[in-house]
Design a protein. Sequence first.
Lengths: 263, 242
Amino acid sequence: MLGFLLHALFASVLSSLSLALFSPFVTLRKVSYLGEALSHIAFAGIALALLLGLHLQLVTLIFVVGVALAITWLSRRHQLQEANAITIFLSVSMALGIVLISLRRGYTFDLANYLFGNVLLASPGEIWQLGILSAVNLAFIIFFFKELFYLSYNADMAEFFRLPVRAVDRAFIILLAANIVITLRAAGIILVSAQLILPAATAFNLVRRLDQAVAVSALVAILAAVGGFALSWWLNLPTGANIVLLEFLLYLISLAFRPKRGS
Amino acid sequence: MIKISGVTHSFDGNIVLEDIDLELAEGEFAAIIGPNGAGKSTLIKLILGFLPLQSGSIEIDGVPHHLWLRQNPMGYLPQTEEFDRRFPATALDLVLLGLAGELRIGRRFSKSHRQKALEALETTKTAHLASQQLGGLSGGELQRVFLARAIVSDSKYLILDEPEASVDLPGVQSFFELLKELNSQGKTIVTISHDLNILTSYCSFLICLNRTLHCHTQTELVNAEIIQKTFGETVRLIEKEY
């Protein structure tokens, strides 16, 4: 029983932490809508894996990374507005997912676990995955901090000043997609994007430097994950929803500490 | 030296620049003038590699410009720069971007990079703003911080796109005094400007552009007739008091 609980707690903390580490960059680069879309696009990947009877996470990961790169390529090469490209792929992926699920008649699949997340289902293997993901995220942020900082500031100017931002941007998009797919079962399709935005939104109300914002985001995520898990244990409530609500509560509290503009 | 040969550029079939041939010697303080839509910004964007060349060639120091830009720092001050005013960066962070190309991927700025950035801020008289957040800077202060970023890498060239656009009138003169000082130290400067009074006072070389090149010569050789021809209408020179 204790081992089962610890697994669920680790899954909550690590999935929230992974997303929170990326959160300041997603917020500054204003790609939160892309994060939201990718979590929904994953639905088509899941449906495709189920239809083909292939490894669910691997197929979803390849599908989501492929679509994420297609969105950035389309908006850059064909001057299609990124928001429009995202909306097109989001709608088409959802439609594709529904058609593929319908084709797999007679198959019982608990979609609710993917829609809202369920940390209780986390296996030791998945906890290892989430742990490695958090470590990779942290290493990526530390190593490419300068590039990510100026990429978030203004990608065109960063490129003009000879920073290899295109390669870092591509790596960022691939890792963002990987974060969404790997945390999906713990965080949920519907709730994952909230965990990509709220920690940074809270952090930027409290601190003014990007490195500090990454640290505060991580702290917010850990607090909300532990609190959310405790609440779900005591009150028998869904963990993913608790985490999001606690992160929102922390965000509301942080508003009181928000520095005045220009000060 | 910047050498532009036979450059023609169009957007959606509309020719913006036509058969431009131009040579800019080292040490010049050149100004590009012309009416709105004359192709001034397009010419600058082509030199800086922001737009791909459709025809003709641009060479910097005898090397195709895209190769030169890949290997050398270029000083550039854009007319406007898109960024979130709440972005968590200080003036010093912004200036350090000018040195980012010197570092390998993944490497951090050293103490000497920071010192260099502070010196650039000192040159543009904004060292006291080094730790200020970008959102707290006025338009004029921001313009000087951008200038510090443009000169921090010690590029021999400095290209400016309407630097006076976001500076108040008294600030324009001191800004151009600063450019004049940089020019006297050997920097080749190319600037777009609408302020003919300022240009005739500070620039040594005038490029009159209105789709085609109307003149490219020493400032004192340009007369009202050439300027009028460039603008295609009657131009009134108004004496401004700074």
